[in-house]
Design a protein around this ligand. Sequence first.
Ligand SMILES: [Zn+2]
Length: 288
Amino acid sequence: MISTFRRLLNLSRNSAFGDDRGQGGMSINPRIVMGLLIVVGSLVYNWIGTTKFHNDFTGRDQKLALATPQEEIAMGLQSTPQMIQESGGLSSDAKGRALVERVGARLISSTAAKETSYQFKFHLLAYTETVNAFALPGGQIFITEALFRRLKSEDQLAGVLGHEMGHVVARHSNEQMANSKLWGGIAQGLGVMTSDGHSNTGAYIANMVAQWKVMKFSRDDESEADALGVRFMMQAGYNPEALIGVMEILAQVSGGANGSEFMSSHPNPANRMEHIREAIARERAAAR
Ligand SMILES: [Zn+2]
């Protein structure tokens, strides 16, 4: 990094005093120009290439890669068959599938999620290996049998599905696409600028920073989805504290080799439980 700054300084001096510096004066490193162009391009994309959207569910102004919910729905529907196939198909437990659909329908009909244009659909996957649940953009929501069988109540199931609905209405995937384009581009640009053919330390550091940024966004997304899940549970008449029970189940299995969406972005389940308790208190105060 330091060598980059030094080179950048040389660059500006070269352009100011280029003629006085003799034959080496105009030797602008093409890597620096290329890297700068990539960084600037990423910033320009983030500024004018994204769609600005004020999301009432999150209360935040968001920058999105896809402009409309319809594009999100199309993207989600396109990946759904592959997702189901890779997870061993839909569960053969007809009663379980019906319960997942019924709890999902209750969460939608009693919350503001029903006023959105998202096409919610709740799938119970046959997968018994990995404890997991996830949502595709646009409303396709999945829970594996491995997680479903560990749940102790309908309220806990509502907690899992409500959390995933939170990801959908918060448009997290869409926002992450824009974010990773920005930070991936910055990292790539810095990498090009700092690589000198011998050492890639600069590129390595830039990548670490970009990954840390994306990870940080992903942790914030989980907290936001938990808080929205709590709100949806309460509006649908479920006990929001059941989501804390779900965290306990996830903490128990997190020692295993199979990571899940819930855990990879959340190394500390205790923190997450604390945030859920705060969200419950907030929602109860707002409901009064
Ligand atoms: Zn999540």
